[in-house]
Write a new protein. Sequence first.
Length: 197
Amino acid sequence: MAPKDKMYLTPNEVAELLMVSPITVRQWAQRGDLAAHTTPGGHRRFLREDLEKFARDRGLALAVPTDGPQRVLIVDDDEQLANYLKELVATASPDTVAKIALDGFEAGRMVQTFMPQIVLLDLMMPGLNGYEVCQRIKDDPATRNIRVFAMTGFYTPENEARVISAGAECCMSKPIDKDLLLTSLGFDNDSRESVEK
């Protein structure tokens, strides 16, 4: 599958991301439905941003890229906690790439550019809060398959129900239970033992 940072995509890469046949992609390009560029050698190439707009306009979900390392986005306005979680994830799973967003607006940009498979999302942030970030991730066909795990220092059953109804898988209370977090992320016991050492 095409790497997330690749600007131009081949018809086969577009087909894989949209889960359709390459013939369908070619037909869309011929009809002008999906903007295409032609190389000097006569091959079609597609800008990733054109593909993402095409998918959004038609309510199509882009397959979350599975090639390369797992990507985790940590969204928390507490920079110290965010760095701790980044280090925890990196230690538990050295093949995982973790990045940090310190507010909801930055999270929105990074979801589009970094394309994480998992988002660890603080609920209480200034500006755009975690509920709104989660809702936007789940409302966008290009990102709705991203797994969202909410975190909050203000845990109540009502807050949990609200973020789960927005699409989060669970809501963990702070301080974060390290074992619960790593289990939720799917890291095995060997990973957890390496964190303990």
